[in-house]
Design a binder for this molecule. Structure first.
Ligand code: MG
Length: 404
């Protein structure tokens, strides 16, 4: 094939479910050859679109599609100041699309370009949510019946405490945000874990996500309390700003620790890995710049005996989920894959989505990422930029704003 160059770049913001998704399409000089990327930063979608279309596109038109490493660094350095979720998600949209193009050119799935399959499927964890013990128990049973082996327990639909008059968690109160009571949260979580182990024994591995909102003192206490439940891992017990506390917590607890969904920069994870302070690295791959840095991160973690657990929430396009799966299949130090699920509408919008079967997710074996995007159908799901202005607001009972 003669030299293939970037002919055009298009950015789509759509809202087929509860969040804005950002899709990037890189078209090439080769008729019919294009790649798809995920640049979803739901809370600043217009800014990401502007970075791609107003700043990246003029630089990229006419460039060779093959040199992904060079292109990644070109974009990373192009504004002199670097990093941050807007910039990295914009880079990710281009990066993932270029891997998709390269796979199509090579007539190989992206996982093959990344070293090939280490496994047939990526084991997933799903969520048992609820506002009461019984609701969580029912969800847990449903997941077991469907064949799941790893289940994350979440109290309150909005990941806070159980609802109630005093704590209307999950119900937005105008400008008041979510109410969060740390003491009540810890008490309820411990009680729920006891309930789940009593009702279900060891039928599934248990996980829990504290969503980076604990103060370090509470994080230490919780990690110790969780030892009795033998968790698969405890997720994000500290905010990125307080990561140094892992050095203290690590010496005192045996609960496996996972961290990283808010990370955007290697300086946030390098010491956690090199000092073996965590067990699972779980970055949001579009927030660090796509497949290129994620593969390097996985290899770096492998050296230190740390496994991957890529972030897989609803604010990722099926293209981003597919990129996660291709990485999970091809990294020897894969740990587990978070799986929030792909909706029926998303399956229509993105033909070729990875397939979930029992406790794992499978990629199709088509060239590239093996997933497509129905632009015409996407026009029926326009972006919503208003309800995202104040999406994350959490407050303590006395009104103090708190990390969400
Ligand atoms: Mg999380």
């Amino acid at each position: 094939m003669s030299r293939v160059t970037i002919r055009d770049i298009k950015t789509f913001i759509l809202k087929p479910g509860s969040v804005n998704l950002i899709v990037v399409k890189v078209e090439t000089s080769e008729p019919g050859l294009y790649g798809l990327g995920c640049a979803t930063f739901a809370y600043r979608s217009l800014a990401v679109k502007s970075v791609i279309e107003d700043y990246f596109k003029p630089v990229l038109i006419g460039r060779d599609v093959v040199h992904i490493e060079d292109t990644w660094h070109l974009l990373n350095y192009s504004a002199y100041w670097r990093s941050g979720p807007i910039e990295q998600n914009a880079i990710s949209g281009i990066d993932i699309a270029l891997w998709d193009i390269k796979g199509k050119m090579a007539k190989m799935p992206v996982y093959a370009l990344l070293g090939g399959k280490c496994r047939e499927y990526a084991t997933t964890y799903r969520y048992a949510d609820g506002d009461t013990f019984d609701e969580i128990g029912e969800e847990f049973q449903k997941l077991l019946d469907a064949g799941n082996t790893h289940i994350r327990i979440r109290i309150g639909k909005a990941r806070g405490s159980f609802g109630g008059e005093e704590l209307p968690v999950g119900k937005y109160q105008g400008q008041e945000g979510l109410k969060y009571n740390p003491a009540l949260y810890l008490e309820q979580l411990i009680a729920v874990m006891k309930f789940i182990r009593r009702e279900f024994g060891t039928k599934a591995e248990l996980l829990h996500d504290t969503h980076e909102r604990l103060d370090p003192q509470d994080a230490m206490r919780l990690a110790r309390e969780m030892e009795q439940f033998n968790l698969f891992f405890l997720e994000d017990i500290l905010s990125p700003e307080q990561g140094s506390w892992y050095q203290i917590i690590r010496r005192q607890v045996t609960t496996p620790l996972a961290m990283g969904e808010l990370f955007v920069n290697p300086k946030e994870w390098d010491y956690l890995i090199a000092d073996r302070l965590i067990d699972y690295i779980r970055v949001h791959i579009t927030a660090i710049g796509g497949i290129t840095p994620a593969k390097k991160l996985a290899n770096f973690a492998e050296v230190f005996g740390i496994k991957t657990a890529w972030h897989g929430p609803t604010d990722v396009t099926p293209i981003g989920h597919t990129a996660n799966v291709h990485l999970s299949l091809s990294c020897i130090n894969f740990g587990i894959q978070e799986w929030a699920g792909i909706s029926k509408i998303e399956e229509e919008l993105f033909p070729g989505c990875p397939e979930i079967r029992k406790n794992g997710v499978y990629a199709n074996d088509k060239p590239g990422l093996g997933i497509d995007f129905n632009e015409k159908l996407a026009a029926k799901y326009p972006a919503d930029n208003e309800t995202w202005l104040n999406r994350w607001q959490m407050r303590l009972p006395d009104g103090t704003i708190h990390a969400p």
